[in-house]
Design a protein around this ligand. Structure first.
Ligand code: M6R
Length: 364
């Protein structure tokens, strides 16, 4: 069943180009987003005042990327809520609020209860779910199924990237129907999305290089992931992947936030995975990186630069294939998944069976 791969996790990392193609292709007609086959009418995406994304873990981090995209590119107020918090809070929702529930399994109890609560306030509930016929899919007003196929590894990989891709389709649709995006802009956006599977294919070829560099990570007790904007959003998922399968304490920080406290934790040799792919904040992130580097951090930099040899910036540079800023994050996340995977195996752990974790959390 592992098709020759040593673990399900690495098999599923490799399945991502296919999973994304399967998820986006039925939702694209004439290079524009189309949810006809999902029976979601265009009117569902009209007249939205705000969006709340509710989920847990990796699914919630996919929502963080969705938020960074929808808010900044399409000017829609978006908040991301942890399902176990949302379900016990007083929701601030109106009938123009869209609430998006993200879940691979479709059975996570906190997400399900949060959905049941939101259903009392708005008819605009939408779930992004991988497992067909699951409870969350059945109880939401509309469902957009991701087509990742069964995900066996506890650490989510392909389910995350298809969730993110779904947000790109939804964002583009809302951008179009709200007039925030022209048809031409939407077509270009969707054509770029269709290129993502190829981008991922080319990044996966860097796996042996990533395996080499993670040898340095296996001794770490702490690691930090930093970035701004979309890079910060994906860093959260990068940090979660590392901690759940390698047991290294890892946190993601908005790069500009470091100097407000966290930089005190940076000492000689602490790994910092720095993601600097967003042009409008590139120079800002680089100066944040210099600050941690000056304090002895071991910096692994992911950027679109061809080559960075300046040792005052990074110890290792991973060059990502050229892609528009919004799409390069699909490349960065693959690198983060590989870093986590090889750190885990490098420590002699089984990434498919992380301690204390279950694939589906159906009890509180
Ligand atoms: O099935 P769900 O997507 O609702 O699960 C939510 C989380 O438990 C899940 O994303 C978890 O964080 C990942 N498996 C971690 O890799």
């Amino acid at each position: 069943q592992k098709d020759g791969y040593p673990h399900f996790m690495i098999k599923e990392i490799h399945e991502q180009p296919t999973a994304i193609t399967r998820t986006i292709t039925p939702r694209i007609k004439d290079s524009l987003p189309c949810f006809e086959d999902d029976n979601i009418p265009d009117s569902f995406f009209e007249d939205i005042s705000d969006i709340t994304v509710v989920a847990c873990g990796t699914a919630m981090y996919a929502g963080m990327v969705g938020k960074a995209l929808l808010k900044n590119k399409f000017g829609i107020p978006v908040s991301v809520e942890i399902a176990s918090e949302f379900r016990y809070e007083q929701p601030v929702l109106t009938d123009r609020s869209m609430v998006i529930f993200v879940s691979q399994s479709g059975e996570t109890i906190d997400t399900l209860e949060a959905l049941r609560l939101a259903n009392k306030y708005t008819k605009k509930t939408l779930s992004i779910v991988n497992v067909k016929g699951s409870t969350i899919a059945r109880e939401s007003n509309y469902v957009l199924y991701t087509h990742a196929g069964p995900e066996i590894a506890v650490a989510s990989t392909k389910a995350y990237t298809v969730q993110v891709a779904s947000f790109y389709l939804i964002g583009c649709k809302i951008g179009l129907v709200s007039g925030r995006m022209t048809k031409e802009e939407a077509k270009t956006f969707i054509e770029n999305l269709q290129e993502v599977p190829n981008l991922i294919e080319s990044v996966i070829t860097q796996a042996p290089e990533i395996e080499q560099l993670t040898k340095r990570m296996t001794n770490a007790t702490n690691a930090f992931y930093i970035g701004r904007g979309l890079d910060y959003a994906l860093s959260m998922e990068g940090a979660l992947k590392l901690k759940e399968i390698s047991y290294i304490h890892a946190e993601a920080y908005a790069a500009g936030e470091l100097k407000h406290g966290t930089i005190a934790l940076i000492s000689e040799g602490v790994p910092v995975i720095a993601v600097a792919t967003q042009s409008h904040v590139y120079s800002k992130v680089i100066s944040n990186i210099r600050e941690v580097k000056a304090r002895g951090a071991y910096v692994i930099l992911l950027s679109k630069d061809k080559d960075i040899t300046d040792k005052s910036i990074c110890d290792v540079h991973i060059s990502l294939p050229q892609a528009p800023d919004e799409f390069v994050i699909f490349e960065s996340v693959i690198i983060c998944q590989l870093i986590a995977y090889y750190t885990s195996t490098g420590k002699g752990l089984n990434p498919d069976q992380p301690r204390n974790l279950a694939k589906s959390v159906t009890v509180e």
